[in-house]
Ligand binder design. Structure first.
Ligand SMILES: CCCCCCC/C=C/C(=O)SCCNC(=O)CCNC(=O)[C@H](O)C(C)(C)COP(=O)(O)OP(=O)(O)OC[C@H]1O[C@@H](n2cnc3c(N)ncnc32)[C@H](O)[C@@H]1OP(=O)(O)O
Ligand SMILES: NC(=O)C1=CN([C@@H]2O[C@H](COP(=O)(O)OP(=O)(O)OC[C@H]3O[C@@H](n4cnc5c(N)ncnc54)[C@H](OP(=O)(O)O)[C@@H]3O)[C@@H](O)[C@H]2O)C=CC1
Length: 279
């Protein structure tokens, strides 16, 4: 689909790149010639993912253990990365969510979502942006958001709040940092099944799957997201700034994707809370 070497010479950090969509995007970036760094909390998972990519693709892939909820840890990671060479692209992909009746959320539960999804994305963007600006280096920040930024989404309210805030960051920095050579862009994926998303959002007992509610009758393929991400971070998209591209088969035009949960009984919600407390 793309010219060989579309991302050659680009050094890219994907947060949460050890699993799911982060790993799928990272793999595609390496195929297109980029140097990749993936970060997350689980070092073993990161190393497994990186080893697989190196074995399959032969590119340069390294890992950084980092909990992006901790701003100081983000700075330590960025310092270490910059000691080798500046990044060219940051992909804010790491996030967390779970379904819950909002009135049952404790403050700690709300923070468990807001901290990685909002604060983590902000810390990483700040840490990369200030280094780019100090050295007049060009950069791109791609944030992986959600169609909840357009529709809102019942039962995942902290996630919808955090993603909407990161969209506001994307639009605001497009204006503030555009003149400094930094583009900020975003993708709002619809349903792209991953173990992480399915585990948190589709417990047993939820009605029929995501595909049946989609106008195109299917969920997204990881390669489709990886291709869009590759284009948006490439120089070919050099005039796209402050934009969020929706990649959901038109699903959000029909439903936010959470309305089935309005029919859940108290017993179902109790079962859901109990499943978590046993986990
Ligand atoms: C068409 C629809 C398209 C779908 C769009 C989807 C948009 C977004 C999708 C995604 O983000 S998918 C990514 C999903 N992946 C993850 O969530 C992976 C990362 N997950 C985690 O890190 C954790 O699982 C967690 C969810 C953040 C929780 O881990 P943490 O270690 O931070 O929490 P704890 O210390 O165990 O608990 C803190 C606090 O939170 C409460 N809590 C945790 N899980 C739940 C739950 N499932 N339900 C209710 N409450 C929960 C927990 O009880 C603690 O609160 P207190 O009890 O101490 O008050
Ligand atoms: N899959 C889908 O249908 C959709 C996904 N999205 C978005 O796509 C992105 C990827 O989701 P997906 O691949 O499905 O889910 P995953 O659960 O696989 O990805 C989440 C990643 O974030 C990392 N992460 C979580 N918390 C932290 C933290 N505190 N510090 C560093 N890394 C962290 C996790 O690694 P670790 O636990 O090792 O830290 C994990 O690799 C998310 O932003 C999600 O909101 C949006 C819409 C739909």
């Amino acid at each position: 689909m793309f010219e060989k070497g579309l991302l050659k010479g680009k050094r890219i950090l994907v947060t949460g790149g050890g699993s799911g969509l982060g790993a799928a995007m990272g793999r595609r970036f390496v195929e297109l010639g980029a140097e990749l760094i993936i970060c997350g909390r689980r070092l073993e998972l990161l190393e497994q993912t990186a080893a697989l990519m190196r074995a399959d693709l032969g590119g340069k892939v390294s890992v950084a253990r980092c909990d992006i909820r901790d701003g100081a840890a983000v700075d330590v990671m960025m310092d270490a990365l910059w000691r080798e060479a500046p990044l060219d692209v940051l992909v804010n992909n790491a996030a967390a969510t779970f379904i819950a009746q909002t009135e049952h959320l404790s403050f700690r539960a709300a923070d468990a979502i807001l901290a990685p999804t909002l604060h983590g994305a902000m810390y990483c963007t700040l840490a990369a942006g200030k280094r780019w600006i100090e050295t007049a280096h060009k950069g791109v920040v791609l944030s992986i958001l959600s169609t909840s930024t357009i529709t809102g989404r019942a039962f995942t309210v902290p996630s919808a709040m955090a993603k909407s805030a990161v969209l506001a960051m994307t639009k605001s920095l497009a204006v503030e940092w555009g003149p400094k050579g930094i583009r900020t862009v975003a993708i709002a994926p619809g349903a792209f099944p991953t173990p992480g998303a399915s585990g948190q959002l589709r417990p047993e007992g939820r009605d029929e799957g995501w595909a049946s509610k989609n106008p195109l009758g299917r969920v997204g393929e990881h390669g489709e997201l990886a291709d869009l991400a590759s284009f948006l971070i490439s120089d070919r998209a050099g005039y796209i700034n402050g934009e969020m591209v929706v990649l959901d088969g038109g699903s959000h035009l029909r439903s936010s994707g959470a309305e089935d949960l309005l029919q859940w009984t108290d017993a179902q919600w109790e079962k859901q809370r109990a499943a978590r407390s046993k986990g």
